[in-house]
Design a protein around this ligand. Structure first.
Ligand code: NAI
Ligand code: 15L
Length: 268
């Protein structure tokens, strides 16, 4: 049966705010959780993923979880460890203990960020490409995908890991022309991930049907996802402003873009 009550973690964030607006139209009742309070949402749970009792209470009685909470950019290892690695473990433990059968995990292109971007006309990056994180942040998403696999194999908790490209109202860089997921397509993909039968642990890429797409959407389409949007109408303006991507520039040659070349953030 299709899930009805869904816990949305990270509900105060950029993607969480978009999904709070878009997912109810698919018939879901959302329970919201975030570290930050949300204006106009007095019932939202204000909790840290590090608080195991609060996380367990948050998942009690829901049919599924859309897990967006965490640090969404590179940070120090210690901060990533607490929010993304331990936090996601706490979420899965709570799901197992409370018998929640399905998680949609917000993974990222940065789990495979060192993968070279395909040449124009070349084969797209497949969903089973090996983990190649470009940051501690990307490493935490690789960990989350492996955790999801473990909780499926060992405990029967299903997950769709969505390696999101860039989900924002509009693409703002030439790289994003290839990775952009429109908010409406994001909601379509999360809905497909929540309702597809027998997903076990499935890894999909999260983007619209972009003309300049870099990766293979077939595992996402197999869930029933039918993207409706394409970044191409934004292409001429962005390319005129920024130029085409230069394959000789290390910050532009791989999926992760500048995450590959940005210096690591050390704790001092
Ligand atoms: P965001 O940074 O705007 O939102 C993340 C939310 O998580 C924030 O509201 C923050 O308060 C909350 N949070 C952080 N640590 C927490 C903790 N310990 N306990 C409870 N809540 C905590 O990020 P955005 O863009 O909304 O992304 C959402 C998720 O999707 C993140 O996991 C991110 O890594 C992933 N993602 C997003 C992409 C995008 O294009 N927006 C691309 C790839 C992945
Ligand atoms: C991500 O994983 C980030 O959460 C998001 O803010 C963007 O930077 C996105 O990747 C991207 O690669 O464009």
């Amino acid at each position: 049966t299709a899930p009805r009550t869904v816990l949305l973690t990270g509900a105060a964030g950029g993607l969480g705010t978009l999904m709070r607006e878009l997912l109810p139209a698919y018939g879901y009742e959302l329970r919201l959780l975030d570290l930050a309070p949300i204006a106009g949402e007095p019932e939202a749970l204000v909790a840290d993923l590090g608080d195991r009792a609060a996380v367990r209470e948050a998942v009690r009685g829901v049919d599924a979880v859309v897990h967006l909470a965490g640090i969404s950019l590179e940070s120090t290892f210690d901060k990533i460890l607490r929010a993304n690695i331990e936090g996601t473990y706490n979420l899965y433990e709570a799901a197992r203990e409370e018998g929640v059968g399905r998680v949609v995990f917000a993974s990222s292109n940065h789990a495979v960020g060192y993968t070279p971007r395909p040449r124009p006309g070349g084969p797209p990056v497949p969903a089973d490409t090996p983990h190649r994180p470009d940051t501690f942040y990307g490493l935490s998403k690789s960990f989350g995908e492996d955790l999801a696999q473990l909780y499926w194999d060992k405990h029967g908790v299903e997950t769709v890991s969505v390696r999101i490209g860039s989900c924002f109202p509009e693409p703002t860089s030439v790289r994003m022309l290839s990775l952009w997921m429109s908010p409406a397509d994001g909601a379509r993909l999360f809905h497909a991930a929540l309702t597809a039968e027998a997903v076990g642990h499935t890894v999909v890429y999260g983007s619209s049907a972009n003309t300049r797409l870099w990766w293979d959407l077939s595992t996402a389409r197999a869930l029933g996802y039918a993207p409706q949007d394409d970044s191409e109408p934004y292409a001429a303006k962005l390319i005129a402003e920024q130029g085409e991507l230069d394959p000789a520039d290390p910050a532009q040659a791989r999926l992760g873009g500048h995450f590959v070349t940005d210096p690591p953030i050390w704790p001092h």
